[in-house]
Design a protein around this ligand. Structure first.
Ligand code: DQA
Length: 146
């Protein structure tokens, strides 16, 4: 089974970006850890990050072409703005889990709505970088019907 981990805008700055909110782990470290997990779980893993909405949409379309079975996505601020990202995920009909490092419900009001959440299988927020790992484990279990 193949899983795509997709990170949106500003997540390339993880580690140095507002560390009091997002922690000090870099995206490279997160992705390394996820590759270890994927190996243990017997999953093929692709990781992508982009600051551009159109690139994320293209990556979602490409996911369908290369047979991705599950997407773990941290859409960053596009969660709160992008109907296009929602439509892309709905369009490819690949099940996905939405991840946010911070607890978006405990922050500014404009972060409390996500255009993706109601079509996600599940949403994990507030658990920092661990959220990605939990999402990957959940995806693996769903894919193997456990
Ligand atoms: C975020 C939360 C978003 O509101 C914010 O715009 C981000 C990061 C998170 O992981 O907590 O860029 O998605």
């Amino acid at each position: 089974n193949k899983v795509l981990v997709l990170n949106g805008p500003n997540l390339n700055l993880l580690g140095t970006r507002e560390p009091e909110i997002y922690g000090t782990t870099t995206l490279t470290q997160v992705e390394q850890r996820l590759h270890q997990c994927a190996e243990e779980l017997g999953l093929q893993l692709e990781c992508r990050q982009s600051n551009a909405e159109h690139q994320l949409i293209d990556d979602i379309h490409a996911a369908q072409q290369i047979g991705v079975d599950y997407i773990v996505i941290n859409p960053g601020a596009f969660a709160h703005t992008s109907i296009a990202l929602r439509d892309a995920l709905a369009g490819v009909a690949i099940p996905f889990i939405e991840v946010h490092l911070s607890n978006i419900h405990a922050r500014e009001p404009f972060r409390q709505h996500s255009y993706l959440a109601d079509i996600a299988v599940g949403v994990i927020c507030g658990l920092g970088v661990q959220g990605y790992e939990l999402a990957l484990h959940a995806a693996a279990r769903q894919l193997t019907g456990q």
